[in-house]
Design a protein around this ligand. Structure first.
Ligand SMILES: [Zn+2]
Length: 210
C-alpha cells in the first residue's frame, strides 16, 4: 500500500503499489494526484517531445516556442477599418493639396493620418509588450513595457490548460490560453490573441507527465 495526501483536499488516500508513478483521481474531490515512483524504480516515462522532434524532456533547458499576441489577425475588422480610414485621409491630403480652396481637406486628411498611425503604434506596442515562452521545463509569460512582470508554470505542475475562442476567433485561428497549476488557485498564465492556441497546448502537453 502507498499512502499519499491529496494535493487539493489533503485527505489521506490509500493506493495499491501498482499505482506508483502514475496519476490517480482523488475519490473525495476528483483532483488528479501524482503517485511517487516506488523507491529505487527508474522512471519509465517515454519522451514524447523528443519523439515529436522537439527538444527533449530531460537535460538542459531549451526554448521550444516563443509567441507574441497577433493584433492584426485577432482584430481583422478593426484593422481593416483603420487602414481604410488612413487611406481616405491620404486621399484627402492629395485632393486638398491639388485643388484650389480645399486646404481644409488636406488638414483633415493629415489629422486622420496621425490618429490612425497612433492607433497602429499602440497596437504594435501592446503586441511587443507581451510574450509567452515555452521551454522544455516550463512556460513563462512576460507582460509590460516599462514595468515588466513575468510569471511561470513548471510543466510537471500544470493542472489545466484552458483555450478560449469565440466563433470568429476559431475562424481566424486565434484565441486565449490560460494555464493553472496544482498548488495555486486560479489561472497563473493568461494571454489573449495568440495564434494557434490549440497547437501551443499540444506542444506543452508533450512536456507534461500525462
Ligand atoms: Zn481530494
Amino acid at each position: 500500500m502507498i499512502t499519499i495526501h491529496c494535493d487539493n483536499c489533503e485527505r489521506e488516500l490509500e493506493l495499491e503499489n501498482k499505482t506508483a508513478g502514475t496519476k490517480v483521481a482523488c475519490p473525495h474531490c476528483g483532483d488528479i494526484n501524482r503517485v511517487p515512483e516506488a523507491a529505487g524504480a527508474k522512471p519509465a516515462r517515454a519522451d514524447k517531445a523528443a519523439a515529436a522532434g522537439l527538444p527533449p524532456d530531460h537535460g538542459p533547458e531549451a526554448t521550444v516556442r516563443t509567441l507574441r499576441p497577433c493584433r492584426v489577425r485577432a482584430r481583422p475588422l478593426s484593422f481593416t477599418g483603420v487602414a481604410l480610414v488612413m487611406i481616405a485621409g491620404m486621399v484627402g491630403v492629395v485632393m486638398g493639396l491639388t485643388s484650389e480652396g480645399r486646404e481644409w481637406l488636406a488638414i483633415l486628411g493629415g489629422i486622420i493620418g496621425v490618429v490612425g498611425t497612433g492607433v497602429l503604434v499602440v497596437w504594435w506596442l501592446k503586441t511587443m509588450s507581451a510574450s509567452l515562452v515555452v521551454t522544455n521545463k516550463r512556460t513563462i509569460m512576460k507582460k509590460g513595457i516599462l514595468a515588466r512582470s513575468s510569471s511561470e508554470v513548471v510543466h510537471d505542475n500544470i493542472r489545466n490548460i484552458q483555450i478560449d475562442q469565440t466563433f470568429w476567433q476559431r475562424v481566424w485561428g486565434v484565441g486565449s490560453i490560460g494555464i493553472s497549476s496544482s498548488g495555486q488557485d486560479g489561472i497563473e498564465i493568461q494571454l489573449n490573441d495568440l495564434k494557434g492556441p490549440t497547437d501551443i497546448r499540444k506542444v506543452i502537453d508533450l512536456y507534461r507527465p500525462l
